[in-house]
Design a binder for this molecule. Structure first.
Ligand SMILES: Nc1ncnc2c1ncn2[C@@H]1O[C@H](COP(=O)(O)OP(=O)(O)O)[C@@H](O)[C@H]1O
Ligand SMILES: [Mg+2]
Length: 470
């Protein structure tokens, strides 16, 4: 039987050409051609393809699209079409179980891939896809089953469909080296935002510690570590188990891939997030902390994180700051892809600079939108071996792009040890001014729906310049 292929590509000419070339194929039948994401979602539902070819879609990243498609339609196989430069990103796709071919696509390649037996061989019993409308905490994911009319009324129905559900200000603080100040800056930025107002109301801010194994965000604010991310994961698992049992199945017999498929059928309720956060009373900041026990972190799977990040994105928080580990695990990569903005933190030391450069290269090759990245050099001293201009040139940053400097400050250590954030302390210091400057660039005051860093020059500049150049 021929396998049904859906072509998703803005480049309609190349889709049409491929379609023609495959007209006489014994193995593959092109069942549809979409040039936009909303069309693709529609066709996935109505045409039920077996295979999806992901070409260029500028409104979103392919990594995110394929994750979403896969979670909603676990039976699908994916082929990503890359430019030869994109091939650097291939391990990431491969990790997600997606095949990668380069342009120009040869019909023979597609046929060969279509003949490979599906990697996810288990097909879901139909009932398993039935929405769980009786469960308060789970909202069925949209657009995955013929019964989807049942969920058509849910307000989240359109979330996946066209990308029109704008995410909140999800900011990921990342840096490919330990000890550069990610956790310190995440804390200070989160506290800074929690003191800002929109109109009369203080912003609702959530900080998430995604250092799953060795996170210390809670410690830097003297907060308890219960509840935490793992508490949430346990609840997700408990609900999944109950659901599976109701289908007459034994949870112990279900393998990882199948759990992932079940997870694709649920949607966490953003309103539940607060059950798993702790509150920093002095600032009102809420914190979703990492697990207390390292072993708990081993039980957090990619699909848990995906569901959690989706829920965060749909939540009512005005700003969400994610502190990350200095690694390239799936948790961290997901945090980069879900983020609207990334603060890339480094120190003015060669190893840190080298790794940022390597990471920027990787992200560029993955066509990650660079305007989302704000580079921040932390712990600058009055005299450094490298100037910011030199560092900027090394990173090949766009001329309009600023590097945000944060001075080295002896008070930082004390403020971490005592759990007293600098941004709640009285008086002005160069470090506080610098953090505020970064905060304002991330979340411009005047615009509520700013979809990027501020184009305005910040007012603090003279003070900073004075500090930088004596
Ligand atoms: N601007 C700064 N000035 C002085 N010390 C700093 C500064 N930023 C960070 N530090 C020191 O570096 C240490 C590591 O910072 P941390 O935020 O935990 O790094 P990361 O999260 O990147 O591993 C902190 O405990 C603090 O003592
Ligand atoms: Mg840290």
């Amino acid at each position: 039987m021929k396998r049904r292929l859906l072509l998703v590509d803005e480049d309609t000419a190349s889709s049409s050409m491929l379609m023609q070339q495959l007209v006489d194929s014994q193995w593959v039948e092109v069942c549809g051609q979409a040039s936009r994401l909303d069309q693709a979602w529609q066709m996935l539902q109505t045409l039920r393809p077996d295979l999806v070819l992901l070409g260029e879609i500028r409104e979103s990243e392919r990594g995110v699209i394929s994750q979403q498609f896969r979670l909603a339609f676990p039976h699908l196989s994916f082929i990503a079409v890359c430019s030869p430069q994109d091939l650097m990103w291939e391990p990431f796709f491969r990790n997600l179980g997606i095949w990668v071919v380069t342009k120009p696509v040869q019909p023979g390649q597609i046929e060969a891939l279509a003949m490979i037996p599906q990697s996810v061989g288990i097909t879901m019993p139909k009932e398993a896809h039935r929405p769980l409308s009786s469960q308060a905490n789970f909202t069925p994911a949209p657009s995955f089953s013929p019964e989807q009319q049942l969920v058509a009324e849910t307000p989240l129905e359109s979330v996946y469909s066209a990308g029109e559900a704008r995410p909140k200000h999800l900011i990921t603080v990342y840096g490919p080296k330990g000890g550069v100040g990610k956790t310190f800056l995440s804390r200070e930025l989160a506290i800074y935002f929690s003191q800002q107002k929109r109109g009369e109301k203080k912003l609702r801010v959530l900080a998430v510690d995604l250092n799953l194994d060795l996170g210390t965000f809670a410690t830097t604010l003297n907060l308890p570590r219960t509840p935490n991310l793992f508490t949430w994961v346990q609840e997700i698992d408990a609900q999944l188990h109950e659901w599976v049992k109701r289908q007459g199945r034994d949870p112990l017999e279900i393998g990882m891939e199948e759990w992932q498929e079940y997870a694709a059928g649920v949607r966490l309720s953003p309103a539940d997030i607060e059950k798993f956060t702790v509150t920093h009373v002095e600032s009102g900041l809420q914190v979703l902390t990492s697990p207390r026990d390292i072993r708990h972190s081993f039980e957090i799977r990619n699909y848990h994180l995906y569901l959690i990040l989706e829920a965060l994105k749909q939540s009512a928080y005005d700003v969400i700051i994610i502190d990350t580990a200095p690694d390239t695990t799936d948790a961290t990569i997901q945090a980069l892809f879900f983020a609207e903005q990334v603060v890339m933190v480094g120190n003015p030391v060669v190893d840190s600079i080298e790794n940022i450069q390597r990471l920027l290269k990787l992200l560029r090759e993955a066509e990650y939108p660079e305007e989302r990245i704000q580079v921040c050099m932390n712990r600058l001293q009055r005299k450094e071996m490298f100037t910011l201009d030199e560092i900027r040139a090394y990173f090949q940053l766009h001329p309009s792009k600023k590097i945000y400097p944060i001075p080295d400050d002896v008070e930082v250590k004390k403020s971490i040890n005592t759990g007293a954030p600098m941004m709640l302390q009285q008086g002005r210091t160069a470090a506080k001014d610098a953090i505020e400057t970064l905060g304002k660039a991330l979340l411009p005051e005047e615009s509520e729906n700013a979809d990027g860093p501020s184009k305005n020059k910040t007012k603090e500049r003279p003070a900073l310049l004075r500090w930088l150049w004596g």
